[in-house]
Every structure is written in C-alpha cells, then in structure tokens.
Design a protein around this ligand. Structure first.
Ligand code: ADP
Length: 200
C-alpha cells in the first residue's frame, strides 16, 4: 500500500443499502470454456433478477477488453492482470450493493482464488459452466475454435492454453446437458438458499 493514501470508509453502510434494495449484494462468478454458456446464463439470470426489482450488473469478457483491459493480450501474465482488474471492479460494484454477474473464462484457479479472497465469506459464488470441449467446439459461437485449430489464434483456452476447472465451486452447471432455463433456475435457487434474494 503506498504511503499517504488513506482508505475513506463510506457513510452509507452495506446494511442500509441491502435494506433499501430488498436484497444483499454478491458476485456470481461464471467460469468455463469459451462457448460454455457463461454469457448466455449471466444475462438470462440478470433479466430474471431485474424483473423482480434487483440492482444488477453484468461484466462480460469481450466488453471489458474494449476498455478497462484494452491494453492486455492473452499471455498467462495478461490473463492474470485481466482477472485482477475485473476482481477489483467487481468489488466496487458489490460494495455499492449490486448483484454482480461476471462472465470470464478465468482459466487459472489461483487468479479466481485471489478474487475470492477480496470478498467476505459467502459473497463470492463461483459457478462453473461445465461443458465438454467437443460441445463448445461444435457450437463455436464466435468461430474462434476453428481459427484456434488452424493456428490463427494462439493461446486459446482448451486448445493451446490450459483451463483449470474449479475444485470447490458453489455451483456446477452442466450446460451441455441442461437447458438454459434449467441452469437459470439453479442459479436463482442458489441465490435464495444463500439469502442473497428473498424466496418467492
Ligand atoms: P461463453 O460466454 O461461455 O463464451 P456463450 O454464452 O457466448 O458462451 O455461448 C453459449 C452458446 O451455447 C449460446 O449460443 C447458447 O445459446 C448455447 N447454449 C445451449 N445450451 C446452453 C445452456 N444450457 N447454457 C448456456 N448456453 C447454452
């Protein structure tokens, strides 16, 4: 921590924010291969939460790389810095009382663990979108797998760069077996179980 920089605590407390909002804030950290459904599910869950009046935001991989992380590439070092910045940004949103959904491959367990450690126990919910590589490759939503197989994209997760699956995620979604709607229901149920949002 640099000298002469002093943390200024907020005067509006987390409790006051959650009382006003009618829900607590938390991070729903979606992780998984490209095409595993992180973005689809994050946005679908956000819609459901928005409909019931929750304060929400989605941070999505590609969008963040247009601005906040536009200077970063896909080397191991840059991926680590990408996740660090997103973790810190997520923390700001969570402190503002917002349910924050993030959709990043976030392939390295150590990087995800560092983000988890920014939060109080129970605030960081790691959700593994588990989908067989074959299935992601068949979907090839953005045409990236074909390019990666052809060697046109280097360091592509699952092909030429590793993906470390979470060891103890709060939730595993089998996105190659369940429908989007079933996955969304599981996430909503998790939020109720963890008392982030009220039961219906
Ligand atoms: P990611 O954000 O992980 O790269 P996307 O959400 O962009 O993945 O793409 C996932 C694709 O898989 C979408 O075209 C989506 O419609 C499809 N899909 C099929 N079944 C599911 C499911 N159960 N969950 C999420 N996506 C699914």
């Amino acid at each position: 921590m640099p000298e002469n920089i002093i943390w200024r605590p907020t005067t509006v407390t987390r409790l006051e924010r959650s009382n006003q909002n009618g829900h607590k804030s938390a991070v729903l950290w979606f992780t998984g291969l490209s095409g595993s459904g992180k973005s689809t599910i994050a946005h679908a869950v956000e819609e459901k939460l928005f409909q019931i009046g929750c304060q929400t935001v989605v941070l999505d991989g590609d969008n963040v790389r247009h601005g906040l992380c536009a200077d970063l590439g896909f080397s191991d070092q840059d991926r680590t810095e990408n996740i660090r910045r997103i973790g810190e940004t997520t923390k700001l949103f969570v402190e503002a009382g917002i349910i924050t959904l993030t959709a990043f491959i976030s392939p390295f367990g150590a990087d995800r663990e560092k983000v988890r450690n920014l939060f109080m126990p129970g605030e960081f919910l790691e959700i593994h979108c588990r989908c067989a590589l074959d299935c992601c490759e068949q979907r090839d939503v953005k045409g990236f797998y074909q390019k990666a197989r052809a060697g046109e994209i280097k360091e592509f997760t699952g092909i030429s760069s590793p993906y470390e699956a979470p060891e103890n995620p709060e939730l595993v979604l089998h996105t190659d077996q369940s429908s989007v709607e079933e996955c969304v229901q599981k996430v909503m149920h998790l939020l109720q179980q963890r008392c982030i949002i009220p039961f219906d």
